[in-house]
Design a protein around this ligand. Structure first.
Ligand code: IMP
Ligand code: MG
Length: 179
């Protein structure tokens, strides 16, 4: 385990099993649809890369970048689109893929923004969820795991851009981050 971590939440094996399950659900739900998978950069990229290889129906891929919290672990509540989608999603079956839902502010903004473009459907898939921290009503359609109110890193999740490359998910020791 990385020396900055207090504990491991999910091992590589646990993650792989969960991603397989999610891929199977999504594959079943999107048969004969016009699936567009939208990754929210950068955090979702590792999960997304694993997930799409478990989805057995045709899909196209697009990315969106929203403003991050920088070095703070607290949500500012202000969301901006830094890089928009390349493709038009009108009439498409959109699946937003996120690493983690915390306050829900990012995704609730993104959901409204994308719905205004007239997709045929819009669903959310997140690997992790911290339901206790929610500030707005937002329920993911597909979810890997719920976690308590702790700051998770690894498997795409960062703190100050570090730890994204850890193949497992863990909790940082308090001395390595400040709120
Ligand atoms: P929300 O708008 O508060 O739901 O924040 C969502 C974004 O905050 C995620 O996409 C992550 O980038 C970041 N985030 C929230 N909690 C964590 C965490 O525990 N570890 C790493 N990033 C997090
Ligand atoms: Mg993110």
């Amino acid at each position: 385990m990385h020396q900055h971590l207090e504990k491991i939440l999910f091992s590589e094996q646990q993650i792989q099993k969960k991603v397989c399950e999610l891929g199977a659900y999504i594959s079943a739900d999107y048969q004969k649809k016009n699936l567009v998978v939208i990754g929210v950069l950068k955090g979702a990229v590792v999960f997304l890369a694993d997930l799409i290889r478990e989805i057995r129906v045709p899909l196209s891929l697009d990315f969106i970048v929203t403003s991050s919290y920088g070095m703070s672990t607290q949500a500012s509540g202000v969301v901006r689109i830094l890089k928009d989608l390349d493709e038009d999603i009108t009439g498409k079956d959109v699946l937003i893929v996120e690493d983690i839902i915390d306050t829900g502010l990012t995704l609730s903004y993104l959901k409204d923004n994308l719905l205004a473009r007239g997709p045929a459907s819009l669903k959310i898939c997140t690997f992790l969820d911290k339901p206790a921290r929610r500030k707005v009503v937002l329920l993911p359609d597909y979810k890997g795991y719920d976690i308590p109110d702790e700051f998770a890193v690894g498997y795409g999740l960062d703190y100050g851009e570090r730890y994204r490359n850890l193949p497992y998910i863990g909790v940082l020791k308090p001395e390595y981050y400040q709120n």
